[in-house]
Design a binder for this molecule. Structure first.
Ligand SMILES: [Zn+2]
Length: 365
């Protein structure tokens, strides 16, 4: 067994026990619960995936506040520390802080750094950071949308500024929601491609629009694919068709996936209709491209995904793809049938508009 066959699974029991939401269901914030990680770990143990010889369990890298300061203002960091020390509180409607939030959020960044660093250093070929709180909404100045620190942005800034590594990285964000925080960090950076497929409210509008393409040297490297609510597996695959030529032309050294599972049909926060096999197909497809363009290097970083029954299967679906083993979806998904005829026409329109916007910056789409 050579090291390039290994998959690093970044795990820590603290993610399965700390930062407990202060309100019960169905409050919005209640779903970002330690049970998410507990359910995943239990499932991976029960299905013997953790004992697979290609899986290595790894702890998050230990980091200090100095690392977080690469991505966040001292005011934001001190604020989270202070509220944690006071025993917790709410930051606007969509962020909760408990007495252990600061420590856990620091660990989530450390887990992300470990996941990416291990792949960059060939310690393992792929990784999956099973961390929380999620990160892709967090901004330099503030927490946002259940996210405290921006895990992926922080890890990339760490490699860029601290270790002076300037490799090309493609971030693929498949969370149901637009990673507004993540997009902002690299909006003018031509070395970081941000590609997001997200549910979008075409009536009310929001950031994450199709014509946000990046700026200055980064123009063309921010790619938003907003989709209407209710997309199905087939719609998702149809959106992904755009990803293949872009990744092939961009030639990243590493692919980082902002792995949100809240497009899952039973998710209490997202409104799409994916089943777990969609994540299996997605990972298979990504792996195939990665084998050609970046020595199979992919780091999956957990973002959203709040249905604790389906979430473990979605994680398994990705790991099975990396292991190149057959993924068998759970029985309760097998007889589901969703219809998407009305959505496909809308998605086709968005896709062709997006392609026309990207044509000046990409040769192969
Ligand atoms: Zn989300």
């Amino acid at each position: 067994m050579t090291t390039d066959n290994l998959i690093g699974l970044i795990v820590d029991d603290d993610f399965a026990s700390k930062h407990i939401p202060p309100y019960p269901r169905p409050s919005f914030i209640s779903f970002e619960h330690p049970l998410r990680i507990r359910a995943i770990l239990n499932h991976l143990e029960r299905t013997n995936i953790l004992s697979n010889e290609r899986i290595v369990k790894v702890k998050p890298k230990e980091i200090s506040q100095t690392t977080i300061e690469l991505a966040h203002s001292k005011y934001h960091i001190e604020g989270i520390k202070k509220i944690s020390k006071m025993g917790g509180g709410l930051l606007e409607e969509e962020v909760f802080v408990t007495e252990d939030t600061y420590e856990l959020a620091l660990k989530a960044v450390g887990g992300t750094i470990e996941a990416i660093e291990g792949v960059l250093n060939n310690k393992y070929t792929q990784s999956f950071a099973l961390i929380r709180p999620p990160g892709h909404h967090a901004l330099r100045e503030k927490a946002s949308g259940l996210c405290i620190f921006n895990n992926i942005a922080n890890a990339i800034l760490y490699f860029q500024k601290h270790l002076n590594i300037h490799q090309k990285i493609a971030i693929i964000d498949i969370d149901d929601h637009f990673g507004d925080g993540l997009a902002r960090y690299f909006y003018d950076d031509p070395t970081i491609l941000y590609f997001s497929i997200h549910e979008f409210d075409f009536t009310e509008g929001d950031l994450g629009m199709v014509d946000e393409l990046g700026i200055d040297k980064g123009i063309g490297k921010n790619i938003n694919f907003p989709v209407p609510e209710g997309i199905t597996n087939e719609d998702f695959y149809y959106c992904l068709d755009l990803l293949d030529p872009i990744l092939t032309e961009f030639q990243p050294d590493l692919i980082v996936v902002a792995t949100g599972f809240d497009m899952y049909y039973a998710d209490p926060i997202g409104n799409c209709l994916l089943t777990s096999i969609a994540y299996n197909k997605f990972a298979e497809r990504l792996l195939k491209i990665a084998e050609v363009i970046c020595e199979s290097k992919i780091a999956f970083i957990l973002e959203g995904g709040y249905d604790i029954v389906g979430l473990p299967y979605c994680v398994e679906a990705i790991i099975k793809a990396l292991l190149k083993e057959k993924y068998d979806p759970p029985d309760f998904e097998k007889n589901l049938s969703f219809f998407s005829d009305s959505k496909r026409k809308d998605i086709e329109k968005i896709k062709s508009y997006l392609k026309s916007l990207l044509t000046p910056y990409w040769n192969k789409i």
